[in-house]
Each structure stands twice: as structure tokens, then as C-alpha cells.
Write a protein that binds this ligand. Sequence first.
Ligand SMILES: Cc1cc2nc3c(=O)[nH]c(=O)nc-3n(C[C@H](O)[C@H](O)[C@H](O)COP(=O)(O)O)c2cc1C
Length: 193
Amino acid sequence: MTEERAAVEATAFQKILRGRRSIRRYLPAPVEREKLLACLEAARIAPSAHNVQPWRFIVVDDPELKDRLAAAAFSGIYSSSKFAARAPVILVLLARPGGTVVRIGAKLQGVSFNLIDMGIAGEHVVLQAEELGLATCWMGWFDYRKVRKVLRIPRKFKVVAMMPLGYAEKRPTREPPRKTLEEVVAFNRIPPD
Ligand SMILES: Cc1cc2nc3c(=O)[nH]c(=O)nc-3n(C[C@H](O)[C@H](O)[C@H](O)COP(=O)(O)O)c2cc1C
């Protein structure tokens, strides 16, 4: 297994995967429009259950709206998320729940295909951003209700996550701990707890 891993470690994609970090310090420098669009395009072509493509993105780059959004979304118990306000762009990830087939399928299987789809599309953004030298951070810790209110998001959309996008002022030096492959993978048996 070690040899197999070593054989692919140096690919460009591996470097993107290994280089990506959640960034919590952003420069005020704007994101070039073509880079922003490349990130969104990466999401657009993501796979989804029954090809429903439930993702919708609100790109918040108007400074006044971004300030209002941040003030509402990152207040009180969510104030640790204030760092996101410094990014020049905040993406709000919305899900438009799928058609009957996907909904029935998800219910039968007990798995939210909708959220799987959103995770894939969001991570496409993250990885495309990384390749282009941009920084992101998945965010689930914010006031969902206030985000809906400030952006006047209709009920038919589910607010799934937010994601600041910009240039990193500082990349964390400490590697976040990761479980070993042996802790998370088992060949032909149940993985450990
Ligand atoms: C669904 C999801 C929600 C997250 N929410 C937040 C958040 O609200 N605030 C935050 O600072 N980081 C958030 N993170 C980032 C994680 O803390 C981070 O991915 C983890 O600590 C590993 O660090 P790394 O991304 O630098 O590898 C979130 C990540 C995911 C995938």
C-alpha cells in the first residue's frame, strides 16, 4: 500500500489535495472575475443523484451587502465565524430539493442525496479555487435564519453552507490531524470505530 501511495503522490492533483487548507485569514484583494467563474463552473459540472443538480449559489461580493450579511450571520454565538467577512467574496450554497424520484430514493435509502450532491459541488469549488491560488473555508457555523432573511431566500431553497473565497493572508502552519488510512479503511472487513 505504501508503494502504491508513493507512486501517485507527486501528481498535480495530489498537490492540490494536499495543499488545500481551510483559510481563516483573508487579504482584501478582490478575486478576478474569471477565477470566480472558473470556481462556479467547477460546481456546475459536478455529478448529482439522478442528475438533479440541486445546487444554487448566491455570490455575495457587493461590499455593503456582504457587511450586512456578515453582521447578521456571524453575531452572538456565531461570532467565531466573523473571519469570513474579510474575504472579498462569500458564497452561499443553496439546495433546491430534487424531483420525486430523488426524494423517494433518498427516503427509501435513508441517505440525503441532496446533501451529498451539495458536498460534491462545494468541494469542486474548493479544489478549483486551490488550483487557482485562491483560498476557501467550508462554513456551517452561522445563523441560517438570518442569512435567509438578509438575502430574502425563499423557502423552496435550503441554506446548506457558506464559503468565503479570496486570497489567503496567512495559511495555517500546523497540519490538521488526520486519521491514518488504517483507521478509516478496511479491506473486506468492517473498518475500526
Ligand atoms: C461541512 C463543513 C462545515 C465547516 N464549518 C466550519 C465553520 O463553520 N467554521 C470554520 O472555521 N471551519 C469550518 N469547517 C472547516 C473544518 O473545521 C476543517 O475542514 C477541518 O478542521 C480540517 O481542516 P482543513 O480544512 O484545513 O484540512 C467546516 C468544514 C466542513 C467540511
